[in-house]
Design a protein around this ligand. Structure first.
Ligand code: EPZ
Length: 422
């Protein structure tokens, strides 16, 4: 297995262009099933989860190939409406294909997506909404057998603003007769990016970014060329890296309007963050201060995906910061690994209390999940000595090349590819 070696103690100084957003491109790749013709995705990030989506598209008989830094997809030749168990298990968010396959094919057979490191990842809201649109869904032996001879638009009310359910139902609604209105929809920027992509293909979607999304079904969708939005969680990661190590960095493409709760927290901790010609500049000097409690919440609340990296940035801050993780059941798995580096963190249920320490020290640590793994690297930048980060396959799911990006910002870090006999 490959690993990272990160040697702390060096301030960051440099400029970086933020990669395209993983959580935007994944639903957009599913949405390509609705478009007849070529879709060119500019700024598509090269991630393990994107590779998994490409394998699913190939499995369905579609064409998807890299051309430079653009991914070109043409689903015209789709000849299958089922996804194998193995492919479903490669990526937690593969459930996002269900709505699009139903809208395109009128049927879908796929296995129940597995849980993941963050805990059970139910899709009851997805299935309930699809059934209300007219899909007959039989759950049998871990498989979902879905038939939707005629999807009909209607009002859907989500019990909670689930990102994936909102996106899945937007895609299914494109295949409905009539209009679908999704109430209590997720408001994340990635939902807006999906709306903008669908409309670029000729759909009629409105309201994304608010709690009420409306889709006028029955439009014949065509191909388009679309630029994926910048990854706000990757941007948050690099801002937290600068906060952790100290330094002066510029992130091209980072949009503060998508990150206000994260930049507010970092400013409170003592970082100077300013808009800087098409991006954000962070200047972080001296020890950070502990901040007011951080409670994760659906957008526009503090993003759960930034909880781990902010925690890592505050490990040497003066005072104690309380975190409350309200979205996922098991999203403190990085705490044990951070503790190995000298962090002082106490977890009780959904609450974690981080008490700043004077020093962190390098240690061999293991990624537990995507953002938890990134947090280990953020902490390692502030640790004395070398940190060996293993199980980096988790990080590669959501970051094109974390070491490349950290090195671009001046970090002393290496990616070590281990041969099989190592
Ligand atoms: C999306 O996951 C993101 N993934 C996650 O990012 C992100 O953490 C999450 O939204 C919240 O912002 C992608 O967009 C690919 P949810 P998703 O449905 O859609 C429960 C990362 O690190 N729930 O909003 O799965 C669920 O268990 C990843 O990039 C149900 O109970 O999130 C969770 O507790 C991690 N029933 C909560 O809602 C359902 O039918 C939020 O889930 C669906 C969800």
């Amino acid at each position: 297995m490959s690993h990272f070696l990160v040697r702390g103690g060096r301030r960051l100084d440099g400029q970086l262009t933020v990669q395209g957003a993983k959580n935007s491109v994944l639903p957009i790749l599913a949405a390509t099933l609705l478009a007849r013709g070529q879709v060119v995705l500019l700024g598509c990030p090269r991630l393990r989860d994107v590779d998994a989506s490409i394998r699913i598209l190939h499995h369905l008989g579609c064409d998807a190939r890299w051309e430079g830094d653009a991914l070109t997809v043409d689903t015209t030749a789709l000849d299958r409406c089922g996804i194998s168990d193995q492919l479903m298990r490669e990526m937690r968010s593969s459930a996002i294909f269900l709505g699009a396959i139903l809208a395109r094919c009128g049927q879908a057979d796929l296995s129940y997506p597995g849980g993941c490191e963050l805990g059970p990842r139910p899709i009851d809201l997805h299935l309930s909404g699809l059934r209300q649109l007219g899909a007959e869904i039989r759950e049998e032996g871990g498989f979902l057998h879905c038939r939707a001879p005629a999807l009909v638009g209607r009002e859907l009310v989500l019990r909670m603003p689930s990102v994936g359910a909102t996106e899945n139902l937007m895609l299914a609604a494109c295949g409905c007769v009539g209009t679908t209105v999704i109430t209590n929809a997720a408001r994340e920027p990635e939902v807006v990016d999906l709306q903008n992509f669908l409309n670029a293909c000729g759909a009629r979607v409105s309201g994304a970014g608010s709690s009420c999304v409306s889709v006028q079904g029955g439009q014949a969708l065509h191909g388009c060329t679309y630029r994926v939005m910048p990854d706000r969680i990757a941007a948050a990661t690099y801002l937290c890296a600068a906060a952790s190590a100290g330094g002066d960095i510029s992130l091209l493409g980072a949009e503060e309007r998508h990150l206000t709760t994260v930049t507010a927290a970092l400013r409170q901790a003592g970082c100077a963050i300013t808009a800087d010609g098409g991006g954000l500049r962070a200047v972080c000097r001296g020890p950070l201060r502990a901040i007011e409690p951080v409670q994760t919440a659906p957008y526009p609340g503090f993003p759960t995906d930034a909880q781990a990296v902010l925690m890592a940035a505050l490990l040497r801050s003066r005072g104690a910061t309380v975190f409350e993780e309200n979205i996922f059941e098991n999203r403190y798995r990085h705490v044990g690994e951070l503790t190995r580096m000298g962090a002082k963190i106490r977890v009780s249920g959904r609450v974690a209390v981080v008490t700043g320490v004077e020093r962190l020290h390098g240690a061999p640590v293991r990624c537990t999940d995507l953002r938890g793994g990134a947090a280990l690297c953020v902490a390692a930048l502030a640790a004395e000595g070398e940190t060996r980060v293993s199980q980096i396959c988790h990080i590669d799911r959501g970051y094109e090349d974390l070491v490349r990006d950290l090195r671009a910002l001046g970090a002393d870090a290496d990616r070590v590819e281990e041969t099989d006999n190592s």
